[in-house]
Ligand binder design. Structure first.
Ligand SMILES: Cc1cc2nc3c(=O)[nH]c(=O)nc-3n(C[C@H](O)[C@H](O)[C@H](O)COP(=O)(O)OP(=O)(O)OC[C@H]3O[C@@H](n4cnc5c(N)ncnc54)[C@H](O)[C@@H]3O)c2cc1C
Length: 258
């Protein structure tokens, strides 16, 4: 199988750096082909702007989605974007690895998503009608591929528990797992999270590594998070609200998980 690790930490000697090296070796030893996009090492350009097209469609006002569609359809994307898209299409599984920074991914990784997820590739795919609202949330160009987050946090596990002050980790990660991964079609595996990283030392690092190793060994057999398919009948179209008779007492993020 082909695995792409998109890795966002500026320091190779960090905990994230160690875990990335470990993951790479573990996957390779298991016979998988692995590519790593080490965003800081690549000096990845984080900001989406008019320079992302080799040839602009119009020279006046910059319309991000329109330019993205035009560049994607006509082979006019800048080379760094096209290269990352090639890796995505090559991969059977994608791992996004990052330290949680301000309750989300580091800006450089968000910028990777914004620029690589072109119109026509990750969004704006499929027909909109009374029965379907594009190919997204369970359908799309990345359907059949698996994705998993590898995240480290300063906060304790209890801080991210169902009644923890930071909000439940499932909620914190929902915009990434449901919005960035499930939306274009990935099957999203439960995340691998390392909490309270300041407590990691030589002694307990082994346990973290072993737990990660097990998750990597199980990459092809772990059950994905059962997010509800958009076009499977659970949602009214085009309002895209969950049918009234389905879990009527549940609201918010949790309602979108079967
Ligand atoms: C801008 C910013 C925003 C943040 N926002 C949040 C937030 O919203 N929520 C939150 O919970 N946290 C937040 N944090 C904390 C952040 O998530 C953690 O600092 C980060 O996850 C730690 O990962 P690291 O790879 O940088 O760890 P490091 O600091 O590199 O390492 C952590 C510990 O692991 C040890 N270690 C590293 N490698 C090894 C090894 N090979 N063997 C044994 N021990 C090792 C180190 O000695 C250290 O004690 C934020 C931090 C920053 C800088």
């Amino acid at each position: 199988m082909n695995v792409l690790i998109v890795y966002a930490h500026p320091e190779p000697k960090s905990l994230n750096g160690s875990l990335k090296d470990f993951a790479l070796k573990r996957l390779q030893d298991a016979g998988h082909a692995v590519q790593v996009s080490d965003l800081y090492a690549m000096q990845w350009k984080a900001s989406l702007d008019a320079n992302d097209s080799i040839e602009r469609q119009a020279n006046e006002r910059f319309f991000p989605s329109r330019e993205s569609k035009h560049a994607f359809e006509n082979g006019l994307q800048s080379a760094d974007i096209a290269r990352e898209q090639g890796k995505l299409m090559w991969a059977d599984a994608v791992i996004l690895q990052f330290p949680l920074w301000w309750f989300s991914m580091p800006a450089i990784l968000k910028g990777w998503v914004e620029r690589v997820y072109a119109y026509g590739l990750a969004y704006g795919v499929g027909e909109h009608s009374d029965a379907r609202w594009g190919e997204r949330y369970g359908e799309g160009k990345f359907a059949g591929k698996r994705a998993m987050l590898m995240v480290t946090t300063g906060g304790w596990e209890s801080h991210y528990s169902p009644r923890g002050i930071n909000g439940p980790m499932d909620d914190v990660l929902f915009p990434i797992q449901h919005g960035i991964l499930y939306y274009p079609g990935f099957d999203v595996l439960p995340p691998f999270v390392v909490y309270r990283t300041s407590r990691i030392d030589e002694e307990n690092y082994g346990a973290v590594r072993d737990a990660l190793g097990q998750r990597l060994d199980d990459l092809w057999t772990t059950k994905p998070i059962p997010f509800r398919q958009q076009n499977g009948g659970a949602y009214a179209i085009p309002a895209l609200t969950l049918r009234d008779d389905l879990v009527p007492d549940r609201v918010g993020f949790a309602a979108h998980v079967e």
